[in-house]
Design a protein around this ligand. Structure first.
Ligand SMILES: [Zn+2]
Length: 224
């Protein structure tokens, strides 16, 4: 699969979601194609930010949105490597803008059928879920002839040493899974890809349609 999987899937799902938003006006901003990908650098072809640059770039984009009159922003994330950085940066965004900001993975609001595909994929990479969606959307970017090689990954060391279970450290994905696939994508197919795309788009739209999406807990209490 190409290195642009997260960008492609996230953008397509965001666009499909906006078609399903009722009432609220939603604008999809251009996708930020680069993020926190140090753990993928050993594969080649990858670009990465470090935290100060990622922070500066997102703050500039958010402040631009604010100056253009927007008040509410959902940052839809397509790449697991961005998650800890976004989590850490939310207080900065709150302090330095007046925007109401919510961060979510593009599959964050999905139900059981997608969750079951993701559960198998916890912490994993380029597995059946993503490969199927790519085969459905952009089959020309997936080398079908190599699909039978699309599996791999070593057990994390905490499986061998339970005392390490609650610790963490940085690791190159290449050492974790030399094929780049951490998990198993061999059963991926275009047919399996359409349902999760639709469900991700639908659930994202439902989240955006939700009347209470921008209320904080005190406001929600008074709305009861
Ligand atoms: Zn990714």
């Amino acid at each position: 699969m190409p290195v642009s999987v997260d960008t492609l899937l996230c953008e397509r799902i965001c666009r499909a979601a906006t078609e399903r938003v009722i009432g609220n006006q939603v604008v999809v901003a251009p996708t930020v194609w680069c993020g926190m990908a140090e753990h993928h650098m050993d594969f080649g072809g990858t670009f990465t930010f470090d935290v100060p640059i990622y922070r500066a770039l997102l703050l500039c984009l958010l402040k631009s949105l604010e100056r253009n009159g927007f008040r509410r922003v959902v940052i839809v994330n397509g790449h697991g490597g961005n998650r800890p950085a976004l989590q850490a940066l939310l207080p900065d965004f709150a302090r330095e803008t007046k925007l109401r900001i919510r961060v979510a993975m593009y599959y964050a609001a999905t139900g059981k059928s997608v969750i079951s595909m993701l559960d198998r994929a916890a912490g994993k990479h380029a597995i059946e879920f993503e490969t199927s969606m790519m085969l459905a959307l952009t089959p020309e970017l997936v080398k079908n002839s190599r699909l039978q090689e699309a599996y791999g990954g070593q057990e994390p060391e905490r499986e061998y040493a339970p005392i390490l279970r609650r610790t963490t450290r940085h690791r190159s994905y290449k050492r974790l899974a030399s094929t780049g696939v951490y998990g198993d994508a061999r059963r991926a197919s275009a047919e399996k890809g359409m349902a999760p795309i639709k469900e991700c788009a639908q659930s994202l739209a439902e989240m955006l349609n939700h009347k209470n999406i921008w209320l904080n807990s005190a406001e929600l209490r008074s709305h009861k």
